[in-house]
Structure formats: structure tokens, C-alpha cells
Design a protein around this ligand. Structure first.
Ligand SMILES: *[C@@H]1O[C@H](CO)[C@@H](O)[C@H](O)[C@H]1NC(C)=O
Ligand SMILES: *[C@@H]1O[C@H](CO)[C@@H](O)[C@H](O)[C@H]1NC(C)=O
Ligand SMILES: [Zn+2]
Ligand SMILES: [Zn+2]
Length: 324
């Protein structure tokens, strides 16, 4: 992935990532074969401006990957250095504000703790703005939503350009296709069927598994590890745990190297909670700053989020202009 143009043209994915890859660096975190999640962060606790500490380079890539890069500086030079400068401080503050942390601009314990929580591979913001900023504008110029006043207080977001499924396409089919076997198909079927049902309850969508092997399904769900051919490599245990593409791509991948479970205890990740989140992306939602929302970017092992939160429901209804 040394040619950013080539990378971006193939990434019909997540228009989110598209924007970041435009300003790509020679060795983005996506292409490194780090197989230890976010472990590099553990050495960085306590770092402050002015210091040079090994691992800060990786932190810069982390912040860039998840949407916190500040592109005003010479980025090549910035990203190849382990120096804690003004730009890094600014990016950390932006991160802290998103996660409702104290905006210290340093790598305090709370910040590092939040950064190491397993998370979705998609970014949180686009070019330092929450994606909803553009969404809001389009809504206003579209002039079709009457309750705009409630719109400014939400936490949900959309992908840039607000891609969504065409309105006539209310029935979506899905298929399972994994490169690694993690769980039996019966379990995966039950997990996903339950997650799809939650979204069906609050939208016009209906979902069913594609039965005929020759028919194309709208959505493809599977377990993969490391580099699995979509230029969004997984990073081994911990770190990023799943990702999905914006409409109408339809791909949703679990990182096969997590400890997946249907009844999570400490150290295992709930398949259904993560499916609920990734289906939100498949339908067109970006990340939400609301910690209770299913679309919040991070999820701890052992925790459950199998119900949509009001912010999730408002988000999907705003995108499809569903008036309950
Ligand atoms: C950025 O910095 C690098 C290394 O110092 C330098 O080679 C390059 O020309 C600079 N680019 C810009 C646009 O200033
Ligand atoms: C998976 O479980 C093993 C055994 O309990 C544990 O050592 C490991 O840290 C877990 N991995 C993740 C990514 O949580
Ligand atoms: Zn996500
Ligand atoms: Zn993938």
C-alpha cells in the first residue's frame, strides 16, 4: 500500500476511510502486521509534550486511522517521528473530547485506558469534524425534515455523503462466508438473526438469509484474520475487533482472532452486540459519541449491548426519513 491512489480507488468501502487514505502515509497502521492490538499504548502512559518516546509514531497512526489526524502540518515528517509536539497534543485533545475525557492533551491514565478498549475498525470522525456536520447540512438543504431542532443535539453520525440503501430496497438478504471457522453456522445464524431483528423493529427494513447459493446476497458476513483482502487488515487479538462497509457495499467482517462468545465473560467478546453495531454501519450509520449507543466505537470484553439506544434509533430514522 505505497500508492495511495491505488489504495483509495479499490476502497469502495467506507467512504470514511477513503478520505483518510487520500492523505495517506507510506506505512499506515492498516498495512503493518502488528499482531498485538493496541498493546503499544501501554508504554506511552504519562507521555507529555516535548518528549520523544518510542511508540508515539504508532499512536499517531492510531489517531489517524480513527479520524483524529490534524492535516495542517507536514504529515510525512510528523508521522515518522516519535516526538510529542503541538500537533499530537491537539489530536489527543480532539480524541479526549470525543470520549468525554478531561481535555488534558497528555497521555494520562484515563486516556490510555480508553484508547486500549477494543473497538470497531472504522474511524470516528472525518477530517476532525464529526461526520454528522455534513449530514446536518444536507438535511437542511433537503428541507424535508421538520424536526431539525432536535437534530443538533444528537450524537449519531452518517458517512460522508450520507450513502444509504435506495428507498425501494427495503428487503436485504445476507449470507455467511468466512475464511476462518470460529463458530458453527447455527450459532452465527442465531446471533445475526437476532441483531437484524433489532434494526427491523425500528426501520422499514426486513432481512432474511439468502437461501439459494447462486443468488447474490446484499450483505456478506464472515470471520477473517489479519490481511484478508479488503485493505483493512485486522490486528490480532484485541485492538480492532470488526468492521463493516457503508451502503451499499454490504460486507461485515469479524476479526477471527478475538475470543468470540454468545455469553460473554471477562476476556470474551459478545458476537451479537458487535453484529448490532456493524449492521448499523451496513445501513448507513457512522459512530456515535453517546457512550450508551450501540454505535459508540468501543466495546469492552464481557459487556453486552444487544438493544438499540434512542440515539441509534433517531439516527437511522433521520437517515431514512422515517417518521414514527
Ligand atoms: C515534509 O518533510 C519532509 C522531511 O523533512 C520533506 O522531505 C518534505 O519535502 C516536506 N514536505 C512538505 C510538503 O513540506
Ligand atoms: C482470550 O482468552 C485468553 C484465555 O482466557 C486470554 O488469555 C486472552 O487474553 C484473550 N484474548 C483477548 C483478545 O481478549
Ligand atoms: Zn463501528
Ligand atoms: Zn474486512
Amino acid at each position: 500500500m505505497t500508492n495511495p491512489k491505488a489504495a483509495t480507488s479499490q476502497l469502495q468501502i467506507v467512504s470514511f476511510l477513503f478520505f483518510f487514505l487520500l492523505a495517506i502515509l507510506p506505512h499506515p497502521i492498516l498495512s503493518t502486521k502488528s499482531s498485538k492490538g493496541f498493546e503499544f499504548l501501554k508504554n506511552l502512559e504519562g507521555c507529555q509534550k516535548g518528549q520523544t518516546v518510542k511508540g508515539l509514531r504508532e499512536l499517531k497512526l492510531y489517531l489517524k486511522k480513527f479520524g483524529y489526524a490534524d492535516f495542517h502540518k507536514n504529515h510525512t515528517e510528523y508521522e515518522n517521528s516519535d516526538q510529542f509536539d503541538d500537533t499530537l497534543e491537539k489530536e489527543i485533545i480532539t480524541y479526549q473530547l470525543y470520549y468525554h475525557l478531561k481535555a488534558t492533551g497528555t497521555l494520562d491514565a484515563e486516556t490510555v485506558k480508553q484508547m486500549t478498549v477494543p473497538r470497531c475498525g472504522l474511524p470516528d470522525t472525518v477530517k476532525g469534524k464529526t461526520p454528522m456536520t455534513s449530514g446536518k447540512k444536507e438535511h437542511i438543504s433537503g428541507g424535508k425534515i421538520s424536526s431539525l431542532n432536535t437534530f443538533s443535539h444528537h450524537s449519531y453520525s452518517f458517512f460522508p455523503g450520507m450513502p444509504k440503501w435506495p428507498l425501494h430496497k427495503s428487503h436485504l438478504t445476507y449470507r455467511f462466508s468466512s475464511s476462518i471457522r470460529v463458530t458453527d453456522i447455527k450459532t452465527l445464524r442465531a446471533v445475526c438473526s437476532s441483531a437484524f431483528a433489532r434494526w427491523a423493529e425500528v426501520t422499514h427494513f426486513t432481512f432474511s438469509e439468502a437461501v439459494h447459493p447462486l443468488h447474490k446476497a446484499d450483505i456478506e458476513i464472515g470471520f477473517h484474520r489479519g490481511d484478508h483482502g479488503d485493505r483493512n487488515s485486522f490486528d490480532g487479538p484485541g485492538g480492532t475487533i470488526a468492521h463493516a462497509f457503508s451502503p451499499t457495499n454490504g460486507r461485515f467482517h469479524y476479526d477471527a482472532e478475538e475470543n468470540w462468545s454468545t455469553n460473554p465473560a471477562q476476556g470474551t467478546m459478545d458476537m451479537e452486540s458487535v453484529a448490532l453495531h456493524e449492521i448499523g454501519h451496513l445501513l448507513g450509520l457512522g459512530h456515535s459519541k453517546e457512550p450508551n449507543a450501540v454505535m459508540f466505537p468501543t466495546i469492552r470484553t464481557g459487556s453486552l449491548k444487544r438493544q438499540l439506544y434512542v440515539d441509534d434509533v433517531q439516527g437511522i430514522r433521520a437517515l431514512y426519513r422515517i417518521h414514527p
